[in-house]
Design a protein around this ligand. Structure first.
Ligand SMILES: Nc1ncnc2c1ncn2[C@@H]1O[C@H](COP(=O)(O)OP(=O)(O)OP(=O)(O)O)[C@@H](O)[C@H]1O
Ligand SMILES: [Mg+2]
Length: 452
């Protein structure tokens, strides 16, 4: 291990101030992986990350007026003593190759080293998944796949590599026997890369969800029209066509004593706002959501790009997730299904959408049944409903477009003082990983592996 600095006065269990040797300054970068060996506890290495790198100088001090400022020509560079200070955020200890908690405060004068990736690799052995390596040490961050049941969020500005990272996760989960169901919003991020692909237009939409879609398309208020639509979709028989459905709906509403004005409005809006092609295409929807779930293949991609209407795409997601719930409840045994929803702002935003209840129920209660959710989106606040985002146990985040997003993450995950300016400068493929799947729990900066 290369020695790079020394612990100075003021260490606590949560923060170790250090000074970096002149010769090692090039290693003093934010997020560098380091180890501290307490000179009074030499068998143990405290592993952590360098943060708050600061350049200091004792002669031309900050907030103290010196003559050099007015007469810079007087500066004799030979007498200046610039140095780099930093803090080490301790995460874990390693003793005899085993991981432990940080409980002792390191003694000033102890040495700081660069940690070798192999030391951490041998400390974390087991069936871990890998999607990338720590940016500086090259340590392949082990991910505990069991915690996928606490759900995962992937956030970052456009082009940072969220969809590629999600693909790396999908591959790792599928290889470990999880049934991964990917909802591909655009049809370009996932469908071209996997063999088992189902067109969304093949998937049957059950009556209750179909009623929501029709209400949404026809801009009919659910409170007034929902029940009629539900009953009409449930009792409709035969080939789907707009004319016959509207006639059936009118009869249903009459029978249920709906007011004439309500019936008239419903008919008018349906005729005006819903294309006949929507009804005709219902006839081609022959695959049941159970067909999607019982297919052998994993991952299985549902290509939503075949449906152009957002409420229909939402309906497909709701349909498949609800079918999975029905199955676990019927069988009364947990399963291992992971749903992937990229471009999640379309499916789980703060406003009501057809798919939101299914997603919300899954992140709230899916854990016990082995139903997991991976959500990816550019933003957190605004894109994802608060009760959904608060239930994401693991978060991958890259450069974020809104500064409020990082504060939002910090309300439910310990971010261990990562530097916001580091976050703002992240390059594509660089993500912090925080939360339950990361055995260190607190943020580790990784570069995702090549995903082609
Ligand atoms: N792990 C990776 N391996 C190889 N190339 C990558 C990787 N991650 C990102 N890239 C490159 O960056 C581009 C953008 O990646 P990706 O589509 O995953 O970003 P995104 O965050 O999902 O963006 P958007 O929000 O627009 O969907 C890719 O087309 C690819 O060229
Ligand atoms: Mg993407």
């Amino acid at each position: 291990m290369k020695e790079i600095g020394i612990v100075v006065s003021g260490a606590t269990v949560g923060s170790i101030p250090v000074q970096i040797y002149r010769s090692a300054e090039r290693h003093a970068v934010e997020e560098q992986l380091v180890g501290v060996v307490d000179r009074e506890n030499p068998g143990e290495i405290v592993v952590g990350f360098l943060r708050r790198i600061t350049k200091l100088e004792p002669v031309i001090r900050d907030r103290v007026r010196t003559p050099y400022v007015d007469k810079p020509e007087m500066v004799d560079y030979g007498i200046l003593l610039p140095y780099t200070s930093a803090i080490v955020k301790p995460y874990v200890t390693i003793r005899d190759g085993k991981i432990g908690e940080v409980s002792n405060v390191v003694t000033p004068g102890s040495k700081v080293f660069l940690v070798d990736a192999s030391m951490l690799e041998s400390a974390f052995q087991g069936d871990y998944a890998y999607v990338g390596v720590h940016k500086y040490s090259g340590w392949a961050l082990p991910l505990d796949v069991r915690y996928v049941t606490h759900h995962v969020g992937v956030f970052g500005a456009t082009g940072m590599g969220k969809s590629r990272l999600v693909r790396a996760l999908i591959n790792e989960l599928a290889a470990r026997g999880f049934k991964v169901v990917v909802f591909d919003h655009t049809g370009v991020d996932y469908a071209p890369y996997y063999t088992a692909v189902i067109k969304s237009t093949e998937v049957k939409i059950p009556p209750n969800i179909l009623a929501s879609v029709i209400a949404k398309m026809a801009q009919l208020q659910w409170q007034t029209h929902g029940e009629y639509l539900e009953i009409a979709t449930m009792t409709y028989e035969g080939k789907w066509a707009k004319e016959t459905f509207v006639a059936h709906l009118k009869r249903t509403m009459k029978r249920l004593n709906a007011r004439d004005s309500t019936i008239e409005k419903t008919e008018l809006y349906l005729k005006q706002l819903v294309d006949s092609s929507f009804f005709e295409e219902l006839n081609n929807r022959t695959k049941t959501p159970r067909d999607v779930l019982s297919a052998e293949a994993t991952p299985i991609v549902v290509d939503l790009s075949y449906d152009t209407d957002l409420s229909v795409k939402q309906a497909i997601i709701a349909t498949v997730i609800e079918a999975a719930w029905a199955e676990v409840k019927r069988e009364k045994t947990p399963t291992r299904v992971v749903f992937v929803v990229d471009e999640a702002q379309n499916y789980a935003p703060q406003t009501w959408t057809i798919s939101k209840d299914a997603i919300e129920t899954t992140v709230r209660e899916g854990r016990k049944w082995g139903l997991s959710m991976i959500l990816a989106s550019q933003r957190i606040v605004g894109d994802i409903d608060p009760s959904i985002r608060a239930n994401l146990g693991t978060i991958f985040f890259s450069r974020l477009t809104a500064p409020t997003d990082i504060r939002e993450i910090s309300t439910y995950l310990d971010l261990a003082d990562i530097n916001e300016s580091v976050l703002a400068q992240l390059q594509p493929r660089e993500f912090f990983v925080a939360g339950l799947m990361n055995p260190l729990r607190r943020p580790v900066l990784i570069k995702t592996r090549e995903v082609v």
